[in-house]
Design a protein around this ligand. Structure first.
Ligand code: ZN
Length: 168
């Protein structure tokens, strides 16, 4: 059965432009669209809610506050590490992305906030934490997700964006 509106369990292809404070920070064009599974939290909640019930060809302009996007910026979410805890620390610069492993082997991705003589401050907030996001979206294509996609909670058709997750 053809899908005509966006609801849970539908795979949505869309083009979008994302702006923060008037600056473009992300986009997917129609020839290389973003695809996501609706209702599976693949995209930020404020955008997902705005797309509910939309149809192919609909254009949606929505402004999403931090609480419906990546959350507020958390000053507590910055940690200080001795340089010898971070591989390659001698070459680190502010703004670089680093991976830090905790004692249980979990790897966290953060951004270097400050490099000191002996230590490095790493910011673990999502890059768009605390930001209000302005999306301009066009809905390009809709289809039912298959069983496996519903089970995994993400679409399989487009690129290999989710491949790493599946290999675990
Ligand atoms: Zn999968």
């Amino acid at each position: 059965m053809a899908v005509d509106t966006i609801r849970d369990g539908v795979v949505v292809s869309m083009s979008y432009v994302l702006k923060v404070d008037g600056q473009e920070v992300g986009r997917a064009d129609a020839d290389d669209p973003l695809e996501y599974l609706h209702g599976a939290e693949n995209i930020v909640p404020g955008l997902e809610a705005a797309l509910e019930g939309k149809r192919v060809g609909d254009r949606v302009d929505v402004t999403v506050p931090p609480e419906d996007a990546y959350g507020d910026y958390d000053e507590e979410d910055i940690d200080e590490f001795d340089k010898d805890e971070i591989p390659g620390a001698e070459n680190l610069e502010t703004g670089m992305v680093v991976e830090v492993e905790d004692e249980d082997g979990y790897v966290y991705i953060g951004m270097v906030k400050e490099v000191n003589a002996e230590t490095v401050l790493v910011d673990f907030n999502p890059p768009l934490a605390g930001k209000t996001l302005s999306f301009s979206v066009e809905v390009l294509k809709l289809r039912e997700a298959d069983e496996e996609e519903l089970d995994h909670g993400h679409p399989h058709s487009l690129d290999d964006f989710y491949e790493d997750e599946d290999e675990e």
